[in-house]
Structures are given as C-alpha cells and as structure tokens.
Design a binder for this molecule. Structure first.
Ligand code: NDP
Length: 500
C-alpha cells in the first residue's frame, strides 16, 4: 500500500492542510512501485526531507503503458467523444480552482517558488490551460478535399495513441497542464513522469484527475529517475509519442532513444540563452523593471530567462546603475513570506551548478558587478547576480545557467546587437525594448527565436504558441499549434461510383 503525505501549512500567506497518496498512479489506482523503493523529496528552503514518494522502475512503465493502451482501446481515444473529453477537462479545471491555494502551497514547499507567484502565475495559468484545451476538445476538425465528383476525400485528425510526457522541476504543475491539456483534448492516453525533485503537485493532480472522472488508464503517473523511468519512456516500443521539456542534453538523448526504438514522434522544449535588447530610445524605467523580471523571475529557472541583457552604449551606464538598484531591492527569502520575490534554487545540484558558473565567470575574467554569493546559511538561496565586462566566448555568455545570473553587455548599433544576439546555439525567446516601432519590429523579426517580445519579457498565454528555433526545441506548445503535436492525420478516400 502506498503511504499518505499529510502537511499542515501555518504560514503568513496560507493556512491549511494537505493530505494525499504518495504512490504511482496507474490504471486509476495509487500503487507502490514494483521494487517497493522510495525517493526522498526535499524542501529547497531548508534542505530537509519533506516526504518519501514511490519510485517507479521500467517495469512500472510497462504496466502503465499497458493500462494506457487498454483505456485508449476501450474508454478513451476514439471511444470518448469531444464533448465528453471537454466536460472532463472542464471539471478538472474547476477542481484545480477549488484547490488552487493548496496546489500553490504544495508547489512553494516542493519547488521553493514563492506562494504569491505560485498563486498568481503557476496555478492560475495551469487552470487557464486546462480550460483552454477543454474548449478545443470538441473542435478537432479535419478537412474535405475537392478531387472529383466520383470521389469523397476527407481527413480525420485522430489521436496518436499512448504518449509519454517527461516534465522538469521549474514549473511542475504548469508543465503538467501544458502537456496534459492538448494530449487529453485530442483523445490520447498519457504516461507522465514528473521530475523527481518536484513530484508533489503532479501526484495531487492525479487525485483531482480521478475525482473529475477520467476513465482509469487515461492518465498514469510514474514518479522516478530520468535515467531509468525517463529512459524507459523514451525507448518504449509501445509508446507512440514522447513530449519532453528540460535540458538540451537530455532532449538529445530522448531523440536518440526515439530513433533507436520505434521512431516515435517527439516534441522537445529545451533550453535557452535569451537576448534582451535595450535600445537608447527605450523607456528606461520600464526596461529596467522588465529586465529584472526577465532574469530573476522563478529565480532564473526559466527556459526563456532573458539572461543576456544587451544595452545600447548611450544609456548603458544609467541602465546599469538603475538595474543594479532594482536587483538589490528584490527580496530573497522564505517562499511563504509575502515580501519575498525570490526563493531558493530548486536543489543542491542546481545550487552547485549555478555557483560553478559564477566561478567560471570570475575565472574567465568577467566582473561580478553584483551578488555572486549565497544568501543565508540554510537552503539553496543565491543573491541576484550581474556580470559585466564579458566576452562572447565566456561560458556565462554562451551556456544556460538557469539561475539568477545575468550578463549585461554593451552594444553600438542594430546590426552589431543582432549579430551578437543570434550568436548562440539556442533560439527560444528574445526581447526588444524601443519606443521606435520600426526599430522594435525590425529587430524582433531579425532575431532567430521562437518568441520575440516587444517592450515586455516572459509573457505566456494559453492561446499563444511557444517553442524554440535551433537547439531550443522541436514543435510548439500551447495554442492551436500544440494540437498538431497530438494528432495523426488520416486521409479517407471514398469511391462514389468510379468503376474499375
Ligand atoms: P533534465 O533535462 O535532466 O531534467 C528534465 C527531466 O528529464 C526530468 O524529469 C528528468 O528526470 C528527466 N531525465 C533526465 N535524464 C533523462 C533521460 N536519460 N531520459 C529521459 N528523461 C530524463 O534537467 P536537470 O534537472 O538535470 O537540469 C539541468 C539543466 O537543464 C538546468 O540547469 C537547465 O539548464 C536545464 N533545464 C531546462 C529546462 C527547460 O524548461 N528548458 C527545465 C529544467 C532544466 P529526473 O530529474 O527526475 O531524474
């Protein structure tokens, strides 16, 4: 029998109790892993263990895949009409809304993001996403093709089948909703693996999925490690598609495993090193505020983080002074303190990784203009950090740090900054600040990135596609575009009297 996790939140921003099963969720039941082993889940604010959860193995993936196939053939897939899929997704959105504060509190405890952000962004956006895809579920249309009068030709957009979904730790609930929404709306069954660092909201969500009434086997949760469970999903012969969000390194492994197994369909949402370009004619105060949001939001643990801040020479000194002031003003502290803007990094691994990058910046000759050090003595807090005097070849300019660390780089003109901004293997997002509409849009169009923000950063909506150029990924999430990731097009040709 899987065990139950109970936690009483008695914080300034939220008081309440949560209690849920810590098992795998397979075929509509919470169960132990086949090996009966567990994984410790840690609170990044203290470094202490919160609870243990069941650890899945490749054998559990097989069991989950079998359950998903059974559901696909009997109760879901082509057996559940669009209106029914929509009804269940809407019910799930309502249940999430009913438990929004609890979900936000679990996320803050497990991931370290502030309760305020988890309320205002993660949970709100996750609910919006599920509701948005509920709206699509009964509007999945094919087309009719004109051929000749003796033939009827049309297409059907059918569900792909059983899909594997592997999600990261930076936006656990939100990434789950981005993945589940389009997959379920289009009739697929899911085997999902959250990050072992942040599995708690995913487990709680499975209870809500159960209560909403999704047939057993429609959604299955296998909590486990990437190199066992993640690898088993990406190489599984009976998983028809895998959708992944995480590092480019692991994305590459998933693509390779997909190619070597059954050539399963893939979508990858990977890393970034996004440029944030601020021209002399920008609204300086707004540019400073947005630049801070661009790099420090979610403690810098965002694939779209505006981590390379390019500032035109005419305003460079003034920008740097104001940006430094703004960075200093952001309170780093307890995720449940209403004044905190930035909580701890998600894990000791990530803390060490970021500190190594900071050290490499120093070793390669960049200047630590602000921060670069630990905040406090407990947990994995890092102060907002600004590097200046960088060169294009430095690791801190080229690689994804995934922490509250930005580089501020001076540029002279449009051609110069576009060349520098595009000098990266990534292409997820970019931002431009200018009050000259021609300059802003011309620059946005010349940047090689899947998203270009003009006079804002890190803006995401359920109906706006998101994904990367170059090594930042394959396919688009969100919006109508994400539905294409989860449907296979079938052409049907009917003979209306053509005699052979
Ligand atoms: P990973 O890419 O390793 O983790 C993302 C997910 O992939 C997790 O669920 C992980 O499992 C899983 N995974 C790991 N190895 C495999 C594998 N061989 N096959 C299938 N799945 C696997 O990111 P990390 O947590 O290691 O973070 C490292 C860096 O990745 C960060 O510093 C950041 O630069 C980048 N990153 C980018 C994200 C994005 O949104 N683009 C999100 C997260 C990280 P588990 O961890 O449970 O073992």
């Amino acid at each position: 029998m899987a065990t139950v996790f109970t936690h009483e939140f008695n914080t300034p921003v939220y008081k309440g109790k949560t209690s849920f099963n810590t098992g795998l969720y397979i075929n509509g039941k919470f169960v132990e892993g086949s090996d009966k082993t567990t994984i410790d889940v840690t609170n990044p604010a203290t470094g202490k263990v919160i609870t243990k959860i069941a650890e899945a193995t490749a054998k559990d993936v097989d069991i989950a895949v079998a359950a998903a196939h059974k559901a696909f053939e009997t109760t879901w897939g082509l057996n559940a009409g669009g209106a029914e899929r929509s009804r269940l997704l809407l019910k799930l959105a309502l249940l999430m809304e009913e438990h929004q504060q609890e979900l936000a509190a679990i996320e803050a405890l497990d991931n370290g993001k502030t309760f305020t952000w988890a309320m205002d962004l993660d949970t709100t956006f996750a609910i919006d996403t599920i509701r948005y895809y509920a709206g699509w579920a009964d509007k999945i249309h094919g087309q009719v093709q004109e051929t000749d009068e003796k033939k009827l030709s049309y297409t059907r957009h059918e569900p792909i089948g059983v899909v594997g979904q592997i999600i990261p730790w930076n936006f656990p609930l939100l990434m789950m909703s981005w993945k589940l929404g389009p997959a379920l709306a289009t009739g697929n069954c899911v085997v999902l693996k959250p990050s072992e660092f942040t599995p708690l909201t995913a487990i709680r969500m499975c209870e809500l999925i159960d209560r909403a009434g999704f047939p057993p086997g429609t959604v299955n949760l296998v909590t486990g490690y990437g190199n066992t469970v993640g690898a088993a999903i990406s190489s599984h012969m009976k998983i028809d598609k895998v959708a992944f969000t995480g590092s480019t390194l692991v994305g590459r492994k998933i693509m390779e495993a997909a190619a070597k197994s059954n050539l399963k369909d893939i979508t990858l949402e990977l890393g970034g090193k996004s440029p944030n370009i601020i021209f002399n004619d920008a609204d300086l105060e707004q540019a400073v505020n947005w630049a801070a949001h661009g790099i420090y939001w979610n403690h810098g643990q965002a694939c779209s983080a505006g981590s390379r801040i390019f500032v035109q020479s005419g305003i460079y000194d003034e920008f740097l002074e104001k940006f430094t002031e703004k960075s200093r003003s952001l309170k780093v502290g307890d995720p449940f303190d209403v004044d905190s803007y930035q909580g701890p990094q998600v894990s000791k691994n990530q803390y060490d990784r970021i500190m190594d990058y900071i050290q490499s910046g120093k070793d390669q000759g960049a200047t630590v203009h602000l921060g670069g050090d630990r905040n406090g003595t407990e947990g994995y807090y890092i102060n907002p950090t600004i590097f200046t005097n960088t060169t294009p070849d430095m690791k801190i300019v080229q690689e994804e740090i995934f922490g509250p660390v930005g580089v501020v780089i001076k540029f002279e003109d449009e051609d110069d900054v576009i060349r520098q901004a595009n000098d990266t293997v990534f292409g997820l997002a970019a931002a431009v600040f200018s009050q000259n509409i021609n300059r802003a849009l011309n620059t946005a169009h010349r940047l090689k990135a899947g998203t270009a923000w003009v006079n804002c950063v890190n803006q995401l909506h359920a109906n706006v596609p998101f994904g990367g150029f170059k090594q930042s990924g394959i396919g688009r999430e969100l919006g109508e575009y994400a539905l294409h990731n989860y449907t296979a097009v079938k052409s049907v040709q009917v003979n209306l009297g053509h005699v052979m």
